[in-house]
Every structure is written in C-alpha cells, then in structure tokens.
Design a protein around this ligand. Structure first.
Ligand code: DC
Length: 220
C-alpha cells in the first residue's frame, strides 16, 4: 500500500496551529487530527469520573476506554457533544497534566496513527512530527511570543462573551508551555527536520501561504 502523505503542525498553545492545520486540511482535502482535543477529551472523561489525576492507573484506563468521535469539528463523547466544554483553560491545563504521563500517551498512540488515511492527514499537536508521525512529508513548528498568544486567546474569549484577564492568561499559557516542554516523554520540541515559523508578526494568511509554498516544493 502506498504511504499516506502527512503534514504535521506542532507548537505551543495559541500559536495558530489549529487554524493553520484546518486550513491545510481543507486546501488539500485531507483528514485532520486535532490531537490536543483528544487529550482534552481524556481530561473531560477523568473529570466526569472524578478520577484523581495522581492515580495513573485509573487515568490510563480512562484513556484506554475512551469512546469519542470527531465529526466535522464536533467532538462527541459517549453520545454527548462536548465540543465547547473541552475548550476551557482549566481543561487545557488538566489535559497538559495527564499528557505528561507516559502510559496515557502510549494508550493514545495507535488511535492517532490510525488517523493517517487516504488521501492524507494534517496532524496538529505537540509531538506529531517527533513521535507520532516521524516519517511525515512536511513538519511545521509554529511559535509566537507568549504575550501575543495571550492576546489572541483574550480576543477569542472576548468574542465568545467571556471576560478574562490578559496577564493571568499569559501566566497560564507560560505554565502550560513549561510543563509541555519539560516532560520527559514526547516533550514539546521541534523535530530536527521541522520548519520553524514564528507567527508573532505574521497573519495566519501569511503563514498559510508560506506553508503552501514549502508543501509545493516538496511535491505535495
Ligand atoms: O493543543 P491543545 O492546547 O488543545 O492541547 C491541550 C494539551 O494537551 C496540551 O497542553 C498538552 C497536551 N497535548 C500533548 O501533550 N500532545 C499533543 N500532541 C497534543 C496535546
């Protein structure tokens, strides 16, 4: 069977990975894997079952038992739509904590790899290019300054009518980045063959055009 083409988009939270990955998937007509959403669903399942995050065996079991479907941007867990409820800072933080546990990561690995289906996959996360799809055709590592990411998050929340404090958002973002970067299993680092892009002073349209150019050079 021919290899399935894969583009990975990794980077810290709020750098614009989600938007870029979804634009790329639409452009190429490929599948999209939002691996962060998967970790967030585990966080949600853990919270619903009132499992203590320190109980690694139970958290891992929740990841193994996960019954979730992603349908055109909608996240459905055990028959209930949880698309929006998993997007809170609190759920992101819990996801980041359980994502530091190796058995949890191992439990989610096969499912993620199975998302590489014809005609291709765009995978968004922290370890897509380093661990999950090391053979990807194109690896992007997208960053932006913590201040800029906090500002974008603030604007997103404001649009949804949620009031937030920009400096506490920046602190949460920094704390999450640090945990994701410093964990021993699959830390947030660029793959050696990744293309590094900084979106601090670029619009998402500019980033998208740059990635398309590289994808074209790679014959994608
Ligand atoms: O992309 P996100 O903000 O929705 O991800 C939430 C958390 O999940 C993130 O802080 C760390 C974890 N995560 C991970 O460890 N590996 C991934 N591939 C994706 C997310």
């Amino acid at each position: 069977m021919a290899e399935i083409s894969v583009i990975t988009v990794d980077g810290p939270s709020g750098a614009g990975k989600g938007t870029l990955a979804s634009q790329l998937a639409t452009h190429f007509g490929w599948h999209l894997l939002d691996s962060g959403a998967l970790y967030r669903v585990v966080a949600y399942a853990v919270q619903q079952a009132e499992i203590d995050i320190a109980d690694v065996a139970q958290v891992t079991q929740a990841a193994c038992d996960l019954s979730v479907s992603f349908q055109s941007g909608r996240v459905v867990w055990q028959g209930t739509e949880i698309t929006d409820v998993i997007r809170t800072e609190q759920m992101g933080n819990l996801a980041s904590q359980l994502a530091a546990l190796s058995p949890v990561r191992a439990a989610l690995l096969d499912w993620q790899r199975q998302q590489a289906r014809a005609p291709g996959l765009v995978a968004d996360g922290r370890d897509m290019g380093t661990v999950v799809f090391p053979q990807a055709n194109l690896k992007i590592f997208l960053t932006a300054s913590a201040e800029e990411r906090a500002k974008r998050r603030y604007q997103q929340l404001e649009q949804r009518g949620i009031t937030a404090n920009i400096s506490s958002l920046a602190a949460t973002i920094r704390e999450r980045d640090e945990r994701d970067q410093q964990r021993s299993d699959s830390p947030l680092i660029p793959a050696p063959d990744a293309i590094l892009l900084d979106s601090t002073d670029r619009t998402i349209a500019e980033v998208f055009q740059r990635v398309l150019q590289v994808a074209c050079e790679r014959g994608l």
